[in-house]
Design a protein around this ligand. Structure first.
Ligand code: CDP
Length: 219
């Protein structure tokens, strides 16, 4: 069985998807981490992403793998575990930019479909229900207001020891939403057959419970 969860940055997808997957005994696949790993490479290599030839050449040098340690997904960029490094805002913003490039999406499409074909997965991203897994048994579109999402991201970064600024984060989130929703290829949008969950006024536990109910109905 495949469950797709899509939605904008900071809607709580990863926390919620991880918990729901644990309880269903599904594999949690965070596709954003794959885009982030590619972004990290392109940043470090200072690739001129506007130049298709250079981009293609860079992508040919990238191998993305994922592995699980105690149910936690680790992302490997050319065999190096970059799971922590990819979490910075800088990498997130670059990921949003580079995820709009057809060559980048093409590179990850097969990897994502292949994992879903071999496992019961709960996969989160932007185009999972609309593009990667159009036949998923359950599709969720998880969102929340940009204020709530900015506050959540702020708390998260603070907990990790950073010194975030709330207004900057909100601006980043809105910019990223715009980029994700208005790109030509695989834009973020709710699939027609997706269930909408607005988590602005819901606790994590409430959202997880709702997803488990929906999943059990469709098993
Ligand atoms: O953690 P956050 O929700 O901010 O982002 P993420 O899920 O880690 O993804 C980082 C960026 O990758 C997003 O801003 C999207 O532009 C892009 N992405 C995508 O285009 N398609 C996906 N399936 C997953 C992520």
């Amino acid at each position: 069985m495949n469950i797709a969860i899509d939605g904008p940055a900071g809607a709580g997808k990863s926390t919620i998807a991880r918990l729901a997957a644990q309880r269903l005994n599904f594999l949690y696949v965070d596709t954003g981490a794959m885009y982030r790993a590619i972004a990290l490479y392109l940043l470090d290599a200072k690739t001129d992403i506007e130049d298709e030839k250079k981009l293609k050449n860079a992508l040919d040098h990238i191998r993305i793998n994922i592995a699980y340690e105690k149910d936690v997904q680790h992302v490997f960029l050319n065999l190096q575990d970059v799971s922590a490094e990819i979490r910075s805002e800088k990498v997130g913003n670059m990921a949003s930019k580079t995820a709009a490039l057809p060559l980048v999406r093409e590179k990850l499409l097969d990897l994502q479909r292949d994992i879903a074909a071999k496992n019961d997965v709960l996969m989160d991203g932007r185009d999972i229900g609309t593009n990667i897994l159009p036949d998923a048994e359950l599709k969720i579109y998880l969102t929340a207001s940009s204020e709530v999402r900015a506050k959540r991201r702020y708390d998260e970064l603070k907990q990790m020891g950073g010194r975030p600024k709330l207004d900057v984060i909100k601006e980043d989130i809105e910019k990223r939403d715009y980029q994700d929703m208005h790109r030509e290829i695989a834009p973020l949008k709710q699939a027609e057959d997706a269930v909408l969950i607005d988590s602005s006024d819901m606790t994590i536990e409430e959202v997880v419970t709702r997803i488990l109910e929906l999943a059990k109905e469709r098993m």
